[in-house]
Design a protein around this ligand. Structure first.
Ligand SMILES: Cc1ncc(COP(=O)(O)O)c(C=O)c1O
Length: 429
């Protein structure tokens, strides 16, 4: 049975869906960029780029201002005597982040940036031998991830052309060249067998929006003795994740997309509990990973914290953490399962309206296992579609050759936004 019926293709119906949405008040907690309306009035932009940079929680300014104020009044003493002391400041976000990615607090830390964390994790979990050295990635992986895995292979003396293996996308009549069936993916892991050292996938894929069956993938990788890690740039704050239960070795993510922590916001990392006390795992170290009780004794020997915090290198940027604190508190109140429920309905509404209004003109690449984002191919469109849609008040993005990405974010997008976006797209085409 279809989730929506033809009467729901109307502004009134979209507004009714908003009235029924128990999370609708969260929109008020965000700054929605304002643009000029047709009669010179200001109106909120139709913002569908949360998969790129999430919007600013209003509270972020208050939390960042507080730390600036503390700095101005306390100087170095802020490390100990600020209202939220800077020394353990990153701990303010740990519990909330753990809930967001489905982990235990000792498995999660906010630190560094995403690509840096990916390298740190590969130092620990990509330990190739002459026979087991391959890394399995998506065929359309994000360039930075590709550069990172290639450079790790090279660093260990392997030719990336041999060491880095791309997933083969689904073939056949309904193939879009961008997604892969679970069964086929598991077969590819199995076929690599003893040569596979690491599976490293984007959850979801940044381009197609496909979400993978994490637990199945971990099980298959473990069965043949490979490590497995996930890049949650497009998953953290978007998908319902269960990193601990799935048994992934590691995960990394940025927080400026669905986690709304601001441009260049501090990233995150997860290491499964089973590795936390394993002294045989190599790790690049810095003083922030050292035993908190003795860190300031400034001793020469590194003594790791018995949590994922041992992977920290430097003292973290407090102003970025303050913004992330504001955002993760919103997630703690709204709760991931409820957000996910709304997100599914919003994205389904978007898909349904797109198909209904644009039909044959478009191909929806994103499969049903997905997060908020839809990847839509429109043969023949060029980059100018982005500005045409923007002139009509909506922000989406274009990727060569003919791909549009758009994500309704359940914290701040409404069904009415979705309705207007589809209208803007239709008018632009
Ligand atoms: C899937 C994926 N990987 C890596 C990156 C790079 O992130 P950073 O510049 O924070 O290292 C991004 C950024 O958008 C991304 O989407």
């Amino acid at each position: 049975m279809p989730e929506f019926s033809h009467e729901q293709d109307s502004l009134e119906a979209a507004r009714r869906l908003d009235l029924d949405d128990p999370l609708r008040s969260y929109r008020e907690e965000f700054h929605i960029p304002l643009i000029d309306g047709p009669n010179g009035e200001k109106r909120p932009q139709l913002y569908f780029a949360g998969h790129s940079l999430g919007l600013m929680p209003k509270r972020a300014r208050e939390y960042v201002d507080l730390e600036l104020e503390e700095w101005s009044k306390l100087g170095v003493a802020g490390h100990f005597s600020a209202k939220h002391p800077w020394l353990p400041y990153h701990e303010n976000v740990t519990e909330n982040l753990a809930h967001i990615v489905g982990a235990q607090p000792n498995e999660v830390v906010a630190m560094n940036s995403l690509t840096t964390n990916l390298h740190l994790m590969m130092v620990s979990f990509y330990r190739p031998s002459s026979s087991r050295f391959k890394i399995l990635i998506e065929n359309n992986t994000f360039p930075s991830d590709r550069y990172a895995v290639d450079s790790q292979a090279r660093y260990h003396g392997f030719d990336p052309l041999r060491a880095v293996v791309e997933l083969k996308p689904r073939v056949g009549e309904n193939s879009n060249g961008m997604t892969v069936d679970t069964e086929q993916l598991l077969k590819q892991i199995h076929a690599l067998g003893d040569s596979l050292a690491l599976v490293m996938l984007g959850q979801c894929n940044y381009l197609s929006g496909q979400a993978f069956e994490m637990a199945e993938i971990v099980k298959a990788a473990k069965k043949i003795g490979a490590s497995v890690g996930f890049n949650l740039a497009h998953g953290a704050g978007n998908l319902l994740l269960a990193l601990h239960d799935a048994g992934a070795d590691f995960a990394v993510w940025c927080s400026y997309k669905y986690l709304n922590s601001g441009p260049g916001g501090i990233a995150g990392a997860f290491v499964h509990e089973r590795h936390l006390r394993d002294k045989s795992i190599p790790r690049l170290s810095g003083w922030w990973g050292h035993n908190k009780k003795t860190r300031f004794e400034m001793g020469p020997t590194f003594e790791p914290i018995p949590t994922v915090e041992a992977w920290q290198l430097s003292n973290p940027p407090i102003l970025q953490l303050a913004a992330l604190r504001a955002s993760t508190e919103i997630f703690a109140r709204a709760k991931m399962p409820a957000l996910r429920q709304k997100s599914e309905r919003l994205t389904n509404y978007l898909e349904w309206l797109l198909k209904r209004r644009l039909g044959e003109k478009i191909q929806i690449v994103t499969p049903e296992t997905r997060g908020a984002m839809l990847c839509v191919r429109i043969p023949g469109v060029g980059k100018e579609i982005e500005s045409r849609v923007r002139q009509r008040g909506a922000v989406i993005d274009f990727r060569e050759p003919d791909i549009l990405r758009m994500a309704p974010a359940p914290l701040y997008n409404s069904f009415e936004d979705v309705f207007h976006l589809v209208q803007a797209l239709q008018d632009s085409l």
